[in-house]
Design a protein around this ligand. Sequence first.
Ligand code: UDP
Length: 239
Amino acid sequence: MAKGLYTKRNSGRKMDEVRPMSAKVGIVPSADGSAMFETGKTRAIAVVRGPRTLHPQHLQNAQTGILRVSYGMMPFSVSDRIRPGPNRRSEEISKVSEWALSSVVDLSGFPNTVVDVFIQIPQADAGTRVAGLNAAAMALAHAGIPMKEMVSAIGVGKIDKTLVVDLDKYEDSDYHEGEGSTDIPVVVTSRTKNVALLQLDGKISIPEFKETMEMAKKACNEILKVQMEALKNIGGSNE
Ligand code: UDP
């Protein structure tokens, strides 16, 4: 149940302020590409393998390689143990992440191959799909996969009548005790500033929606700087 107007954030952040971020590239030496992205208590790791010849052969595309994304939360990433293995939520997040990343990678030089991206969430406090996408984009760049541009992702939303950036779990679901806030994960491309993914869970008016998109683009510019810094500083971390 709502406790009234949301005028002050639980964390003390400003309404348009992202959680403290950190990023690191090259966290799994045996992989072709790997990265970690952290925002507040949410941490995502991404590992890239490929391009490798795709099996079974009938799935191959002679014109281009394909991207395959798998997202999962680790069993103890939240206080209630998560059952290992795929579920409806993880299948959905894997698919939308695949769509978002496919719009920027160019695998036309690698026909009949697959590039696998494995996203794992060791610790979750909301915003895991966007943290996973931030890590995955860095891991793809680290693997040397041709990309038309980078992508950065953020969750924006509305709590009561207040528009906010980067909702944590308290803001995403606990504040309203089950009813949930309006939650909008957004992926923005680095150069053309196109929206590569947008999901909307909840209600919002069109003027408010436009304002959240501006907030998301501003936050993605900040995230992009953290990603690029980590890519320049492979093996080190950027906090
Ligand atoms: N969560 C959870 N158990 C689950 C799924 C999610 O406790 O089985 C929590 C977790 O903190 C997650 C948050 O709920 O980050 C919000 O989940 P949502 O499905 O909105 O996706 P996300 O915001 O993580 O992309």
